[in-house]
Design a protein around this ligand. Structure first.
Ligand SMILES: Nc1ncnc2c1ncn2[C@@H]1O[C@H](COP(=O)(O)OP(=O)(O)OP(=O)(O)O)[C@@H](O)[C@H]1O
Ligand SMILES: [Mg+2]
Length: 644
């Protein structure tokens, strides 16, 4: 790779000398040369040099040499491991542009709508400059709108959108034989999968499902089972829970007690009640509201605990979803069982691509699986600058009070240093619990979790999260991909100021009717708005320029972003992604992980028995030392298991 980098570097001066039009005209030149028989590999060095120079002009970012390497790894159809904050968004532009020249379509696939939109808008300027068309797909787009987006040279979208559009297309064909309605009209050519470990490995076997008309017969049995569960007071002893295997079984007592009136045996009759009772118990014991699911608009919505996001179209299988609905009834309706009409897994979906590539900060540990499942090799790309982040060892506390005391100390200190803080929590409920504590301490903060009011403002919350002294509490939603800019994101902040102060003030004074009437537009699209009102843009740009330099250095002096991870994460990769919000691009940063012994994940990691045994000892040990933290012995145990 280094050889090619040298070639690309040697082209830089020539590219710099080209006026804008000539640089943009390279695109049609390349397309012509491809038609005459040159290969993508032949034009790679020039194409990369063009993208780098265009990016410098349009985005004010010049691809570093390591980013060129990352781009080449993606181009050959492999997985590039590049650390968090290294600039993978920009890396993807190189192979995306190069492969788009063939006109067969390139998909840049990511984990959520927020990232798809952010990356498309951000990198879109570059593609537009070079005369390559680009589009984004978001949840809820019509098939028609999706088709337009799929026909662009480069399409940014989530794996979910991709899968569902695919399923909708296939079922359309089956039923109506109406090809005109299809959203995807070309074969899958080349995909760049961002956060590849999450999409290609973790989520690859969960099926996406489109279901037909529901069969409502079972509804009463779900309600009956729920009634039995609560009214007959089934509790531990009547059943056993295997938290690791996610299973519950009834004991003899439970089988007797759990019998609804008029039923002699839970396992007899045409439709035995036993399974319903067990599912009802699984709903209560293994799935917590505001942790594993939330109730929104009268529906039970699954929260993906590793991303912190709602999975709007997914339902649990094996009747579990209905059992949970019965538990939340009548706040939500019980949707009868559904018959599956078609389904597909990411694994199958991604194999349709002629060429597949991926990038993520956490790939090497999954190297084998990438190879086995997709035949993809993993290449680790070095960082541009050495990492300056300090990751402290996880600290385990005997009680939650001890943990909270340390949290408060850390926050007070960070605030006095005017340092931005990100508090990472494991669930909506945990995030709200943390917020309640901060309120009680009188510490101001902002919140980001799967509740709709925050999801809508996600981009704005993130834009502010790097502001000196600001504390943001978040679930894993602020994990993968989130880019918190030290000092705050100037453009986002300017937009906020515009929305919150400038526009309302003008409206209040009855100024500029036209301006006021386009307020909704301003909230949707700053670029369009700026086009309409060049003078206003000039003012904002001036502020923005001033802002850019004023806050950044201060925050860096104070030590950069402080990430406090409360509670254990389900996997070390998820934890690493959260920590990766700090110390990006060689910036300073610091992370702490605070866990208390009552954390359910401590239990899930199989530690309970050991911990329970150790508790009396630790309690007496505490009386002699006033250390709130446990001995290093216990810490070792926790680390070993949390690293699994
Ligand atoms: N060549 C460059 N020059 C200047 N800034 C850059 C360059 N490349 C990336 N950046 C900046 O680095 C920051 C991080 O970029 P990005 O979010 O793409 O990282 P990432 O590798 O995708 O991280 P994550 O793994 O967390 O998703 C952004 O603010 C971006 O503007
Ligand atoms: Mg990213």
């Amino acid at each position: 790779y280094m050889q090619k980098v040298a070639v690309i570097n040697s082209l830089e001066e020539d590219m710099k000398a080209l006026p804008d039009e000539a640089l943009a005209a390279k695109t049609s030149e390349f397309r012509g040369r491809l038609q005459k028989g040159e290969s993508l590999d032949d034009i790679l060095p020039e194409a990369f040099a063009v993208v780098r120079e265009a990016s410098r002009r349009v985005l004010n970012m010049r691809h570093y040499d390591v980013q060129l390497i990352g781009g080449m790894v993606l181009h050959v159809g492999a997985v590039a491991e590049m650390q968090t904050g290294e600039g993978k968004t920009l890396v993807a532009t190189l192979p995306a542009y190069l492969n788009a020249l063939e006109g067969k379509g390139v998909h840049v696939v990511t984990v959520n709508d927020y990232l798809a939109k952010r990356d498309c808008e951000w990198m879109g300027k570059l593609y537009q400059f070079l005369g390559v068309s680009v589009a984004v797909i978001q949840e809820g787009f019509s098939q028609k709108r999706k088709r337009a987006a799929f026909n662009a040279d480069i399409t940014y979208l989530t794996a979910n959108s991709l899968g569902f559009t695919f399923l909708q297309d296939t079922s359309t064909v089956d039923r109506k034989d109406d090809l005109v309605r299809l959203a995807i009209t070309r074969p899958f050519n080349y995909a760049i999968v961002d956060e590849a470990d999450s999409l290609l490995i973790d989520d690859c076997r969960n099926p996406l499902i489109i279901s037909d008309e529901p069969d409502t017969g079972a509804t009463e049995r779900f309600l009956l089972a729920h009634k039995v569960k609560t009214e007959r007071v089934l509790r531990l002893g009547h059943y056993v829970i295997d938290r690791k295997l996610h299973r519950i079984s009834l004991t003899r007592d439970g089988m007797l007690r759990g019998r609804p009136p008029n039923i002699n045996d839970l396992w007899e009759a045409a439709v035995p009640m036993g399974p319903y009772i067990i599912t009802a118990l699984r709903a209560r014991e293994l799935h917590r509201r505001d942790v594993n699911y939330i109730v929104r608009e009268g529906e039970v919505k699954i929260v993906n605990t590793s991303t912190g996001r709602i999975m709007p179209t997914s339902r649990w299988t094996d009747d579990l979803h209905q059992a949970i609905e019965a538990q939340e009834y009548p706040e939500v309706e019980i949707k009868g069982r559904t018959k599956v009409s078609s389904s597909i897994t990411f694994q199958t979906l991604f194999k349709y691509y002629s060429k597949l590539s991926g990038m993520t900060g956490t790939a090497i540990t999954e190297e084998e699986e990438f190879h086995e499942v997709y035949g993809l090799s993993v290449t680790a790309v070095p960082t541009h600058k050495p990492r300056r982040r300090i990751d402290h060892e996880p600290r385990v506390f005997l009680t939650e009070n001890h943990m909270l005391r340390t949290l408060r100390l850390l926050l007070t200190k960070a605030r006095s240093q005017l340092r931005p803080v990100l508090i990472g929590t494991a669930s909506v409920a945990d995030s709200e619990y943390a917020a309640a504590n901060l309120r009680a301490w009188g510490i101001q903060h902002q919140m980001l979790n799967a509740r709709p009011q925050y999801i809508r403002r996600e981009a704005k919350i993130i834009a502010q999260a790097g502001v000196p002294g600001l504390i943001t509490i978040a679930t894993n939603m602020a994990g993968r991909g989130t880019d918190i800019i030290l000092g705050g994101n100037p453009k986002g902040l300017a937009q906020l100021a515009l929305e919150n102060t400038v526009l309302p003030a003008m409206a209040a004074e009855g100024l500029h009717q036209q301006l006021v009437s386009s307020l909704p537009l301003a909230q949707k699209s700053w670029p369009k708005f700026a086009q309409l009102f060049p003078r206003l843009k000039a003012v904002v740009d001036a502020k923005l320029g001033a802002h850019d330099t004023s806050e950044g250095p201060d925050v860096k002096d104070a030590g950069g972003l402080l990430v406090l991870v409360l509670s254990m994460q389900e996997s070390e990769r998820v934890a690493k992604q959260l920590r990766g919000r700090a110390g990006r691009q060689g910036d300073p940063g610091e992370t702490f992980t605070l866990v208390d012994l009552n954390d359910p994940l401590v239990e899930a990691a199989g530690l309970t028995s050991g911990m329970e045994a150790a508790r009396p000892f630790l309690q007496s040990a505490r009386r002699y030392s006033c250390l709130p933290e446990l001995s290093s012995l216990t810490q070792d145990a926790v680390e070993r298991t949390s690293g699994m």
